[in-house]
Design a protein around this ligand. Sequence first.
Ligand code: ARG
Length: 271
Amino acid sequence: MKKKGESRQEILMCPPTYYAIEYKINPWMISQVNVKKAAAQWEKLKDAFVNLKMKVSFIEPIKHLPDMVFTADQGAIYDHLFIKSNFRYEERQRESIYTLDYFRKKNFAIVELPKEAYFEGQGDFIKYNYIILLGVGYRTNLKAAKIIQTLLNKKVIPLHLVDPYFFHLDTALCVLPEGGIMYHKGAFNKSSLAKIKNLTSDLIPISKSDARKMACNSIIHKNNIVVSKGLSKKLIKTLKARGLRIIEIELSEFLKSGGGAHCLTWNGVGR
Ligand code: ARG
Protein backbone atom coordinates (compact mmCIF):
# COMPACT_ATOMS: atom_id res chain seq x y z
CA MET A 1 0.00 0.00 0.00
CA LYS A 2 1.27 3.44 -0.88
CA LYS A 3 1.35 5.84 2.04
CA LYS A 4 -0.50 9.11 1.59
CA GLY A 5 1.84 11.80 0.31
CA GLU A 6 4.55 9.31 -0.63
CA SER A 7 6.16 9.85 -4.04
CA ARG A 8 5.40 7.25 -6.63
CA GLN A 9 8.28 6.29 -8.83
CA GLU A 10 6.80 7.64 -12.02
CA ILE A 11 8.87 10.38 -13.55
CA LEU A 12 8.33 13.11 -16.08
CA MET A 13 11.07 14.20 -18.46
CA CYS A 14 11.27 16.72 -21.29
CA PRO A 15 13.53 15.99 -24.29
CA PRO A 16 16.33 18.57 -24.68
CA THR A 17 15.26 19.51 -28.21
CA TYR A 18 15.43 23.26 -27.49
CA TYR A 19 17.86 23.13 -24.58
CA ALA A 20 20.46 25.90 -24.70
CA ILE A 21 21.93 28.66 -22.61
CA GLU A 22 20.21 31.76 -23.92
CA TYR A 23 20.16 33.91 -20.78
CA LYS A 24 21.86 34.03 -17.39
CA ILE A 25 19.68 33.57 -14.31
CA ASN A 26 22.29 31.81 -12.18
CA PRO A 27 26.11 31.91 -12.04
CA TRP A 28 26.56 28.53 -13.74
CA MET A 29 25.19 29.83 -17.04
CA ILE A 30 28.34 31.21 -18.62
CA SER A 31 29.14 28.86 -21.50
CA GLN A 32 27.45 27.37 -24.51
CA VAL A 33 25.89 23.95 -24.63
CA ASN A 34 27.08 21.27 -27.00
CA VAL A 35 23.67 20.25 -28.29
CA LYS A 36 24.69 16.81 -29.53
CA LYS A 37 26.44 15.95 -26.31
CA ALA A 38 23.47 17.19 -24.27
CA ALA A 39 21.09 15.00 -26.27
CA ALA A 40 23.30 11.93 -25.75
CA GLN A 41 23.66 12.59 -22.01
CA TRP A 42 19.92 13.04 -21.59
CA GLU A 43 19.25 9.76 -23.47
CA LYS A 44 21.62 7.92 -21.14
CA LEU A 45 19.89 9.38 -18.12
CA LYS A 46 16.51 8.32 -19.46
CA ASP A 47 17.83 4.83 -20.27
CA ALA A 48 19.11 4.50 -16.71
CA PHE A 49 15.58 5.10 -15.42
CA VAL A 50 14.08 2.71 -17.95
CA ASN A 51 16.61 0.06 -16.86
CA LEU A 52 15.53 0.62 -13.27
CA LYS A 53 11.98 -0.12 -14.43
CA MET A 54 10.72 3.32 -13.47
CA LYS A 55 7.75 4.59 -15.41
CA VAL A 56 9.05 7.40 -17.62
CA SER A 57 6.56 9.86 -19.12
CA PHE A 58 7.41 12.75 -21.38
CA ILE A 59 6.21 16.29 -21.86
CA GLU A 60 6.61 17.90 -25.23
CA PRO A 61 9.42 20.46 -25.44
CA ILE A 62 8.44 23.98 -26.48
CA LYS A 63 10.47 26.23 -28.74
CA HIS A 64 12.14 29.22 -27.03
CA LEU A 65 11.87 27.59 -23.60
CA PRO A 66 15.44 26.28 -23.27
CA ASP A 67 15.15 25.42 -19.56
CA MET A 68 11.97 23.40 -19.98
CA VAL A 69 14.19 20.32 -19.91
CA PHE A 70 14.38 20.88 -16.13
CA THR A 71 10.87 19.54 -15.56
CA ALA A 72 11.16 19.25 -11.78
CA ASP A 73 10.98 23.02 -11.43
CA GLN A 74 7.60 23.37 -13.13
CA GLY A 75 5.44 22.43 -10.18
CA ALA A 76 4.96 20.18 -7.20
CA ILE A 77 2.65 17.25 -6.76
CA TYR A 78 1.09 16.38 -3.43
CA ASP A 79 -1.44 13.57 -3.49
CA HIS A 80 -4.02 14.64 -6.08
CA LEU A 81 -2.83 18.27 -6.18
CA PHE A 82 -0.66 19.93 -8.78
CA ILE A 83 0.81 23.18 -7.48
CA LYS A 84 1.86 25.20 -10.48
CA SER A 85 5.20 26.98 -10.32
CA ASN A 86 5.37 30.73 -10.33
CA PHE A 87 8.85 31.25 -11.70
CA ARG A 88 10.89 34.17 -10.39
CA TYR A 89 12.37 35.01 -13.79
CA GLU A 90 10.31 35.88 -16.80
CA GLU A 91 12.52 33.66 -18.97
CA ARG A 92 11.02 30.54 -17.38
CA GLN A 93 7.48 31.65 -16.57
CA ARG A 94 5.76 30.13 -19.59
CA GLU A 95 7.05 26.62 -18.89
CA SER A 96 4.52 25.86 -16.19
CA ILE A 97 1.59 26.76 -18.44
CA TYR A 98 2.34 23.65 -20.52
CA THR A 99 2.93 21.53 -17.45
CA LEU A 100 -0.38 22.67 -15.99
CA ASP A 101 -2.09 21.52 -19.14
CA TYR A 102 -0.37 18.15 -18.87
CA PHE A 103 -1.52 17.56 -15.29
CA ARG A 104 -4.99 18.92 -15.92
CA LYS A 105 -5.43 16.24 -18.57
CA LYS A 106 -4.37 13.71 -15.96
CA ASN A 107 -7.16 14.94 -13.68
CA PHE A 108 -5.03 16.50 -10.99
CA ALA A 109 -6.62 19.30 -9.00
CA ILE A 110 -4.79 22.47 -9.98
CA VAL A 111 -3.49 25.08 -7.59
CA GLU A 112 -2.21 28.43 -8.86
CA LEU A 113 -0.44 30.69 -6.40
CA PRO A 114 -0.87 34.47 -6.32
CA LYS A 115 1.58 36.43 -8.44
CA GLU A 116 3.76 37.60 -5.56
CA ALA A 117 4.29 34.06 -4.23
CA TYR A 118 7.30 32.78 -6.17
CA PHE A 119 7.56 29.04 -6.30
CA GLU A 120 9.83 26.76 -8.34
CA GLY A 121 8.31 23.34 -7.86
CA GLN A 122 10.26 20.22 -6.92
CA GLY A 123 13.47 22.18 -7.32
CA ASP A 124 12.66 23.84 -4.00
CA PHE A 125 10.12 21.41 -2.54
CA ILE A 126 11.46 18.28 -0.87
CA LYS A 127 9.36 15.92 1.22
CA TYR A 128 10.81 14.69 4.46
CA ASN A 129 8.42 12.19 6.00
CA TYR A 130 5.31 14.34 6.43
CA ILE A 131 7.20 17.60 6.51
CA ILE A 132 7.97 19.73 3.47
CA LEU A 133 11.35 21.36 3.18
CA LEU A 134 11.15 24.44 1.01
CA GLY A 135 14.21 26.23 -0.37
CA VAL A 136 13.78 30.00 -0.17
CA GLY A 137 15.96 32.96 -1.02
CA TYR A 138 16.87 32.89 -4.69
CA ARG A 139 13.70 31.59 -6.30
CA THR A 140 10.84 30.40 -4.05
CA ASN A 141 9.85 32.92 -1.36
CA LEU A 142 8.32 32.88 2.12
CA LYS A 143 4.94 33.97 0.78
CA ALA A 144 4.74 30.71 -1.14
CA ALA A 145 5.90 28.78 1.94
CA LYS A 146 3.01 30.19 3.99
CA ILE A 147 0.41 29.49 1.35
CA ILE A 148 1.63 25.94 0.77
CA GLN A 149 1.59 25.22 4.49
CA THR A 150 -2.06 26.30 4.74
CA LEU A 151 -3.02 24.58 1.52
CA LEU A 152 -1.57 21.19 2.38
CA ASN A 153 -2.06 21.48 6.12
CA LYS A 154 1.45 20.14 6.56
CA LYS A 155 4.44 21.57 8.34
CA VAL A 156 6.56 23.52 5.87
CA ILE A 157 10.13 24.31 6.92
CA PRO A 158 11.68 27.10 4.85
CA LEU A 159 15.44 26.66 4.40
CA HIS A 160 17.34 29.79 3.41
CA LEU A 161 19.80 29.41 0.57
CA VAL A 162 22.74 31.82 0.65
CA ASP A 163 25.14 30.77 -2.14
CA PRO A 164 23.97 31.71 -5.65
CA TYR A 165 25.43 28.49 -7.09
CA PHE A 166 22.89 26.63 -4.96
CA PHE A 167 19.80 28.57 -5.92
CA HIS A 168 17.36 25.67 -5.61
CA LEU A 169 17.05 23.37 -2.61
CA ASP A 170 17.68 20.29 -4.74
CA THR A 171 21.17 21.55 -5.58
CA ALA A 172 22.16 21.42 -1.91
CA LEU A 173 20.08 18.80 -0.11
CA CYS A 174 19.03 15.24 -0.82
CA VAL A 175 17.02 12.87 1.35
CA LEU A 176 18.44 9.34 1.36
CA PRO A 177 16.50 6.13 2.03
CA GLU A 178 15.88 5.70 5.75
CA GLY A 179 15.82 9.46 6.23
CA GLY A 180 19.49 10.39 6.13
CA ILE A 181 20.16 13.85 4.73
CA MET A 182 23.04 14.57 2.38
CA TYR A 183 23.63 18.32 2.19
CA HIS A 184 26.12 21.08 1.52
CA LYS A 185 26.52 23.26 4.59
CA GLY A 186 27.83 26.29 2.70
CA ALA A 187 24.53 26.61 0.85
CA PHE A 188 22.46 27.46 3.94
CA ASN A 189 22.32 30.18 6.56
CA LYS A 190 22.93 29.40 10.22
CA SER A 191 19.35 29.06 11.34
CA SER A 192 18.54 26.75 8.44
CA LEU A 193 21.51 24.54 9.32
CA ALA A 194 20.08 24.28 12.82
CA LYS A 195 16.70 23.31 11.39
CA ILE A 196 18.31 20.57 9.29
CA LYS A 197 20.11 19.25 12.38
CA ASN A 198 16.81 19.15 14.21
CA LEU A 199 15.34 16.80 11.62
CA THR A 200 17.81 13.97 12.09
CA SER A 201 21.23 13.10 13.43
CA ASP A 202 21.86 11.04 10.29
CA LEU A 203 23.55 13.82 8.33
CA ILE A 204 26.02 13.47 5.49
CA PRO A 205 27.70 16.82 4.87
CA ILE A 206 29.44 16.94 1.51
CA SER A 207 32.33 19.02 0.19
CA LYS A 208 31.89 22.09 -1.94
CA SER A 209 33.47 20.31 -4.87
CA ASP A 210 31.01 17.38 -4.66
CA ALA A 211 28.19 19.88 -4.29
CA ARG A 212 29.42 21.66 -7.42
CA LYS A 213 29.23 18.32 -9.22
CA MET A 214 25.54 18.30 -8.26
CA ALA A 215 25.88 15.41 -5.81
CA CYS A 216 22.66 16.45 -4.07
CA ASN A 217 20.84 16.68 -7.37
CA SER A 218 20.44 12.92 -7.57
CA ILE A 219 17.54 10.56 -8.09
CA ILE A 220 16.97 7.70 -5.73
CA HIS A 221 15.00 4.63 -6.64
CA LYS A 222 14.91 1.80 -4.11
CA ASN A 223 18.57 1.21 -3.31
CA ASN A 224 19.85 2.90 -6.46
CA ILE A 225 21.14 6.43 -6.69
CA VAL A 226 21.55 8.08 -10.08
CA VAL A 227 24.27 10.70 -9.79
CA SER A 228 26.17 12.98 -12.05
CA LYS A 229 29.64 11.63 -12.91
CA GLY A 230 32.71 12.95 -11.15
CA LEU A 231 31.87 12.72 -7.44
CA SER A 232 34.78 12.16 -5.06
CA LYS A 233 35.83 8.63 -4.15
CA LYS A 234 35.12 9.50 -0.55
CA LEU A 235 31.48 10.37 -1.20
CA ILE A 236 30.95 7.35 -3.45
CA LYS A 237 32.35 5.17 -0.67
CA THR A 238 30.03 6.76 1.91
CA LEU A 239 26.99 6.20 -0.31
CA LYS A 240 27.98 2.61 -1.04
CA ALA A 241 28.46 1.95 2.66
CA ARG A 242 24.82 2.92 3.12
CA GLY A 243 23.83 0.12 0.76
CA LEU A 244 23.27 2.33 -2.27
CA ARG A 245 24.12 1.17 -5.76
CA ILE A 246 25.71 4.04 -7.65
CA ILE A 247 24.70 4.77 -11.23
CA GLU A 248 26.92 7.50 -12.65
CA ILE A 249 25.83 9.45 -15.70
CA GLU A 250 27.84 12.20 -17.39
CA LEU A 251 25.67 15.32 -17.18
CA SER A 252 28.27 18.01 -17.85
CA GLU A 253 26.13 19.78 -20.46
CA PHE A 254 23.33 20.25 -17.94
CA LEU A 255 25.61 21.31 -15.11
CA LYS A 256 26.49 24.26 -17.37
CA SER A 257 22.96 25.53 -16.74
CA GLY A 258 22.87 24.69 -13.03
CA GLY A 259 21.04 21.39 -13.25
CA GLY A 260 21.62 17.68 -12.75
CA ALA A 261 19.66 14.42 -12.62
CA HIS A 262 17.11 15.60 -10.07
CA CYS A 263 15.91 18.65 -11.93
CA LEU A 264 15.89 16.84 -15.28
CA THR A 265 13.53 14.32 -13.75
CA TRP A 266 10.33 15.19 -12.03
CA ASN A 267 9.98 12.28 -9.66
CA GLY A 268 6.68 11.14 -8.19
CA VAL A 269 4.25 12.40 -10.80
CA GLY A 270 1.95 9.36 -10.85
CA ARG A 271 -1.41 8.98 -9.15
N1 ARG B 1 18.98 27.16 -15.74
C1 ARG B 1 17.99 26.68 -14.84
C2 ARG B 1 17.56 27.81 -13.89
O1 ARG B 1 18.37 28.61 -13.52
C3 ARG B 1 18.48 25.50 -14.08
C4 ARG B 1 17.46 24.88 -13.20
C5 ARG B 1 17.95 23.75 -12.39
N2 ARG B 1 16.94 23.24 -11.58
C6 ARG B 1 17.12 22.76 -10.33
N3 ARG B 1 16.08 22.28 -9.70
N4 ARG B 1 18.28 22.79 -9.75
O2 ARG B 1 16.43 27.94 -13.50
